[in-house]
Design a protein around this ligand. Structure first.
Ligand code: MOS
Length: 737
């Protein structure tokens, strides 16, 4: 019996048990002997400069070793004056403790280092800072005249004549949508432990990061170091959602303290400080749709204004999907940035896509209501058979099946009544709503190493990350199945700059990129095993290895039905291991196609008729994401995305005091996120989708698609329940009353 076929099966996470038992070691948990602890002091103004810092009293606190500020970093530590991180958007990258300039409220301005964390935190209260404050501006809506295209990285689409088509349309929608800033709030706060080896002039660093190479490049830049001298490790990441893409300031600070004090240094951010760097930017959108009397889309116009900092131009693809999702000849999109007094935004789960589709998919619902056509029918009428942005066919697109299966699961036909306020359950107004989701199926270059050991165990290495996505699981599945070793004898190792190179874990591309690398290295390993068998057993081995060769159950079977166990082979060959390393890149074939994952989100909402409180008793997401490598971890990705979508639709809003740019709700009590009671029935459907172009696995990646469309589906359902169209998130009860 073959016990080694795993791809497509709901395998458990190899790291799952360790995580729930507290045996998975996160960046801040690699305790070192003689370690010192840093606590970050933050700016209390948004713009201006520091005119004086008094650190004397803090330094007198027993147990305090040093207070670092921009004024006292020793020359001997040799900090480069113009370093940057590899993901810095265009502009002047923020550099902590660099000079007296204040660029945002919450900016780190000092690091108090002590023998323990509590002492450092206590002493930080004694750091007194005098500022010269300048006027700050924090609201993009009030600063729209400053919107600029400069350094914007989302190329506008302009095809046909959208203005003319809009003017000639039988039905039109013109509406404005606003989404506030969102914070990632992963469970694990950012943390770094830095160990400076003075003798070798090298660093070993544990960092909370979605890609160890980014942290390595950052530290190399800061201290002008060779790659070999900076090792960064990040074996477990307690959630990222994009917050761990760019290395953050605690990394710099831990490294600084470790190098100056010549002791291992740990800097962890508090929950409040987790609001002091990148976020999903506030965004204002204007959508204009025109349709003929049958519901055929004649024009789409989508303008977005996004928030960025005053020192870097952060762009995301808010309007990039707009010309792709529907068949429409006249499309005009535009994306501009308004610099305000905040830290530079950062990618957050489905950056741009979640934002853009909230507006577009709300507008499509508005159009359907105006025309008097079922919103599902309207979408089918305007189904895009090709990517009209790029004028390419899709590598695969089973969105029609998503619509059909989601509709069936929620009972769309029976339950959706286009007339708002037409259904009640007790004292609740009932509403149904839907939206389309889309995300690009990307692939990056990646490398992997595979080692088959004499005891029959398999180890596969790649310097990727697992921020909870299930990377450990699916890579173990792919390697185990391809080589024919059971999963419990297969180990996948990641999160280390000394391993073969892999991209950061972002963009939903890890399954496709690292998965393809693991598949490739496993196949090459099969060839090496086969070659060794040829040499070792010349009389028993005939023919050559084929793609169909059966590798299973810790061995392989030749075409003349000889079965050879790996353990026997390595013993008889006198080898301790067989090892290979390979590099993988996206196939050329992809270039002729557009590769996207699609989804259909359908929700039921209940709105309290008197109080306006909104609940989401059911959400169905049907996803066309290519081959599903592990339905269990895949489902977790989608329900996780759904949860943030529900949270964004109904609760999340980063609030900033306009007087001083201070985030007023920088904690999980006042920055509301969805909790257990907010999440009820979630149904995830993966529709069949064959795709042999996207990558050798046929997998499209699922990390982000689960959030896209959720906010629009809920807003549309709230309209259906109440007759109230809410175009500004979150949809709080005051907006529906
Ligand atoms: Mo994701 S926002 O690319 O970590």
């Amino acid at each position: 019996m073959n016990n080694t076929t795993y791809i497509g099966k709901p395998a458990d996470r190899p790291d799952g048990r360790k995580k729930v038992q507290g045996r998975a070691t996160y960046a801040g948990e690699f305790a070192q002997e003689n370690m010192v602890y840093g606590y970050v002091v933050q700016s209390e103004i948004a713009e201006g400069e520091i005119i004086n810092m008094d650190i004397a009293r803090a330094e007198q606190v027993p147990g305090v070793l040093r207070v670092f500020t921009h004024e006292n970093i020793p020359e001997s530590v040799k900090i480069n004056s113009d370093y940057s991180d590899p993901l810095a958007p265009p502009g002047q990258p923020f550099r902590p403790l660099y000079n007296e300039k204040i660029l945002y409220n919450g900016q780190p301005i000092a690091l108090v280092v002590a023998e323990d964390f509590e002492t450092a935190r206590f002493a930080a209260g004694f750091v007194k800072t005098e500022y010269r404050a300048e006027e700050c501006s924090v609201d993009i809506r009030e600063n729209q005249e400053k919107a600029t295209h400069e350094d914007v990285d989302d190329s506008p689409e302009n095809r046909g004549d959208a203005d003319k088509a809009f003017a000639a349309a039988d039905y039109t929608v013109e509406a404005e949508y606003y989404q506030p800033r969102h914070y990632h709030n992963p469970m694990e706060p950012h943390a770094t432990i830095a160990i400076w080896d003075k003798e070798n002039e090298s660093f070993k660093i544990y960092d909370k990061i979605q890609g160890v190479r980014g942290s390595q490049a950052y530290i190399r830049g800061v201290f002008s170091m060779e790659k070999e001298k900076v090792q960064v490790l990040s074996p477990y990441v307690g959630g990222g959602f994009g917050s761990g893409l760019r290395p953050q300031y605690q990394l710099f600070m831990a490294a600084l303290a470790a190098k100056v004090l010549e002791r291992p240094a740990k800097v962890t951010l508090t929950r409040r400080q987790m609001f002091s760097f990148g976020h999903r930017p506030a965004n204002l959108q204007k959508v204009k749709l025109g349709a003929d009397k049958n519901g055929k889309l004649l024009s789409i116009e989508h303008n977005s204004v996004g928030e960025t900092s005053k020192f870097e131009k952060y762009s995301e693809s808010v309007v990039g999907f707009t010309g792709v999702i529907y068949a429409c000849e006249n499309v005009k999109t535009d994306y501009r940035l308004v610099p305000v007094s905040v830290y530079t935004p950062n990618d957050a789960r489905a950056p741009g896509g979640a934002t853009g589709m909230f507006a577009v998919e709300s507008a499509v619902d508005e159009l359907a209501h105006k025309i008097g056509i079922d919103p599902l029918e309207l979408r089918l009428k305007n189904y895009a058979e090709r990517d009209n942005n790029e004028d390419k066919p899709f590598s695969s697109k089973e969105l029609r099946a998503c619509y059909a299966q989601a509709a069936k699961a929620i009972g769309w036909k029976e339950n959706y009544n286009p007339q708002p306020r037409s259904r009640r359950e007790g004292n609740h107004l009932v509403g149904y709503g839907m939206a389309t989701g889309i995300w690009e199926a990307m692939q990056q270059k990646a490398s992997a190493r595979a080692v088959l050991h004499a005891d029959g165990t398999l180890k596969v290495y790649s310097g990727t990350a697992d921020n909870g996505a299930g990377t450990y699981a699916i890579m173990t599945q792919i390697a185990a199945e391809t080589v024919g070793v059971s999963m419990d004898k297969t180990e996948f190792i990641l999160g280390d700059t000394s391993l073969p190179k892999a991209p950061i874990q972002g963009g939903s591309w890890t399954a496709a990129s690292v998965g393809s690398a693991v598949k490739t290295v496993s196949k090459v390993l099969r060839h090496k095993i086969y070659d060794l068998a040829h040499k070792t057993y010349p009389d028993r081995m005939t023919g050559t290895i084929t793609e169909e060769a059966v590798f299973a159950d810790g061995g392989f079977t030749t075409d003349n039905d000889t079965t050879i166990k790996f353990t026997d082979l390595l013993r008889d060959a006198g080898e301790s291991q067989i090892e290979v390393t390979t590099n993988t890149e996206p196939g050329k074939e992809r270039e002729n196609y557009s590769c996207y994952a699609h989804s259909c989100v359908m929700v039921k909402v209940l709105v309290d008729a008197d109080l306006g409180m909104i609940a989401v008793p059911k959400i169905v997401t049907a996803v066309a994401g290519g081959k599903i490598l592990n339905p269990k971890t895949a489902r977790s990705q989608i329900i996780g995305g759904n949860v943030w979508g529900i949270s964004a639709a109904l609760e999340e809003e980063g609030m900033i005091d306009p007087r001083n740019g201070r985030i007023m709700n920088a904690n999980l009590a006042e920055y509301h996120v969805a909790v257990h009671a907010d999440i009820q029935e979630q149904e995830v459907i993966f529709v069949e989708e064959e795709d042999d172009i996207v990558n050798p696995l046929g997998a499209k990646g699922l990390g982000e698609i689960g959030i896209v469309g959720v906010a629009a589906a809920i807003a549309n359902a709230v309209f259906n329940a109440t007759g109230k169209r809410v175009r500004e998130l979150p949809i709080t009860l005051d907006k529906v009353l």
